[in-house]
Structure formats: C-alpha cells, structure tokens
Ligand binder design. Structure first.
Ligand code: ATP
Length: 297
C-alpha cells in the first residue's frame, strides 16, 4: 500500500497542476463565469513553426453585438519585439489578450501568428506557443522548485535556477533557510504579490514560448519590487515577442511600441519618447502617474 501512496500522491499533484494552469489563465482573463465560445475549425492543423510575428488586422470585437468593444485595431509585433498596451480601465486592453488566446473570435478582421490565422489552427497548438504571466499567479502547496518546474516539468535544476535568476527571484529563494525546497502556498510560506508574479515569470521563461503575454498587476507595488519586476520583464522579452498589458507606464518605457487604447480604438501609438513629445493622452497619463509617485514618495 505504501508503494502505491507516492505515485497516487504525484497523480493527485499532477491533476491539481493541470487544474491550476487552467485556473491561472482563467484568472488572468477573468473568464470563470463565461462559457467557451470557440471550437477548433474542422480539420485544423497545428500552428506552423515560426519566429513569433504577431499581427492584428482590422480587428473589431463585441461581447454583445449592441456594444462594440474593439474597433479597427491593427498592429504588428515583429519577432522578438515588445508591444505595450495602455489606456483607461475598460478601454479593451484585456480583451486583446483574450482574443489572442482565442477565448473569442473577432467579429471582423483577423489575428495571425507567423502568418497563420489563429482561428484556423488548433487551440492547443496556439496556447502551447504562448506563455501567459497572469496578474495573480496561484501557487501549489509544494516546494518553490516544484512550483517553478511546472513551467516545463522536464527542466533540469540548473535550467530552473537560471530561469529564477532571469526572473529576479533567485536571490530571494537562495536567502530562505530551505532554499528551493521551501514549501509555499496555503500551508507554507506566503509569497507577496510581486514574488508570486516573479515565480510566474520564471515559469513562463521555462516554457520557452514563441510569445509572452504579460498582464501587469493593477495593485500598487513598492518601488523595489516594481524595479525587480521591470528588470525580469526586460530579461523575459529579450529575443522573444512580448505583449504587455500595462497599468504602470514606468514598466513599459523600453517597449518598442506603445498603443494607447481609448474606448476600443487606438488613440495614439509610438515609442515612449515619441508619445511624450506628442503631448497627447499618453503624455497626460505619464504626467499624472509621475505626480502620483511623487505624492506617494
Ligand atoms: P482594466 O484596465 O480595468 O482591466 P481593460 O482595458 O482591460 O480594463 P477589458 O477588460 O478589455 O478592459 O473590457 C473592455 C470592455 O468590455 C469593458 O467595457 C467591459 O465592461 C467589457 N467586457 C469585458 N468582458 C466582458 C464580457 N465577458 N461580457 C460583456 N462585456 C465585457
């Protein structure tokens, strides 16, 4: 019986892991109360290999036909580049992430990844190619090592440690008395929001995806944590196509392109410097966040 217990326990963990990964995605996309809307096209094949070129072409979308949410959204993220999306609450930023993950199909227009219409390939192959860093990653009641390895169960300890370094969480882990064997989750060490997000970033790095989708936490972080997350995000995005749904503009100063979304339309686009120069909505948002920061300091 004892010989049976360990494998059964692992099986239970695996089941929880699978459930958990779905939960992560669902949490990020706040889809818990929504039915699956899309099915694979008949005879759909796998997403063909490619360097990670993402295109939104004249995308319109509405959850309810009476109320458009995205209007004529077009952009391209070349392989290895970073695109950030900012804008007021309700502008449609997360909706772009949901369409990319194909929880819904556009009402018109299309989304392609390396030239393939994402509506024409299997959802499994599409989601395999994308690593999502959700706002609030959930940890299993297990060791930090186990929680990190979840990104790629076949990863070696060295690879896991390297991902943790890139995500700026290694030094923190190494400082714990039990290091990588520290138990976390409900019954173990409670990690802060910023630490959990860095664990999620390390998991995403281990997945070696073609595209990162980073949903920045809305909650305020202390400036030390924020800096660590910014650094880890820069590491992540180096060489891999990255889409950032941003709430704090300080995170995306280095993005190759920034889209300012307002009421589902792209109101402005350009680099941080170009948008500041323009003196429009982005410049106003930046000034407001700077003032808030100074007040907080
Ligand atoms: P925030 O910064 O607050 O997260 P956001 O820019 O990400 O906002 P979205 O979550 O994309 O905004 O929502 C865009 C619009 O779509 C909002 O008006 C929202 O109320 C609406 N919306 C979102 N999800 C649904 C849904 N499942 N059904 C109907 N309307 C929805």
């Amino acid at each position: 019986l004892l010989q049976l217990i360990r494998p059964l326990d692992r099986l239970g963990q695996l089941y929880r892991s699978i459930k958990q990964s779905l939960t992560d995605v669902e949490q990020m996309l706040t889809l818990l109360d929504q039915p699956a809307e899309v099915a694979d096209a008949a005879g759909a094949g796998s997403l063909p290999k490619g360097p990670g070129r993402l295109r939104f072409e004249d995308v319109d979308f509405a959850y309810d036909p009476r109320r458009p949410v995205l209007n004529d959204v077009s952009f391209e993220v070349p392989p290895g580049r970073t695109l950030a999306i900012v804008g007021p609450s309700g502008a449609g930023k997360s909706t772009i992430g949901r369409l990319l993950f194909r929880f819904y199909d556009p009402t018109s227009g299309r989304i392609t990844l390396d030239g393939a219409d994402i509506g024409a390939v299997t959802q499994a192959s599409l989601r395999e190619a994308i690593a999502v860093v959700p706002q609030d990653a959930v940890l299993f009641n297990d060791t930090i090592l186990y929680n990190l390895a979840f990104g790629r169960p076949s990863a070696s300890t060295e690879e896991i440690e390297q991902a943790a370094r890139q995500a700026q969480i290694h030094d923190f882990i190494a400082s714990l008395p039990d290091g990588y064997e520290t138990m976390v989750g409900e019954r173990g060490l409670k990690l802060s929001g910023g630490e959990k997000q860095r664990v999620a970033i390390a998991r995403a790095i281990l997945k070696r995806p073609r595209l990162f989708l980073f949903d920045e936490a809305t909650s305020a972080l202390d400036s030390h944590t924020e800096l660590a997350i910014q650094r880890s995000l820069r590491e992540v995005s180096r060489g891999t196509t990255t889409l950032v749904i941003a709430h704090r503009l300080s995170t995306i100063v280095h993005a190759d392109e920034i889209l300012v979304l307002e009421d589902g339309c792209i109101a402005e686009r350009g680099s941080h410097a170009a948008l500041l120069n323009r003196g429009g909505a982005y410049a106003a948002l930046w000034a407001r966040q700077q003032a808030d920061r100074e007040a907080a300091d």
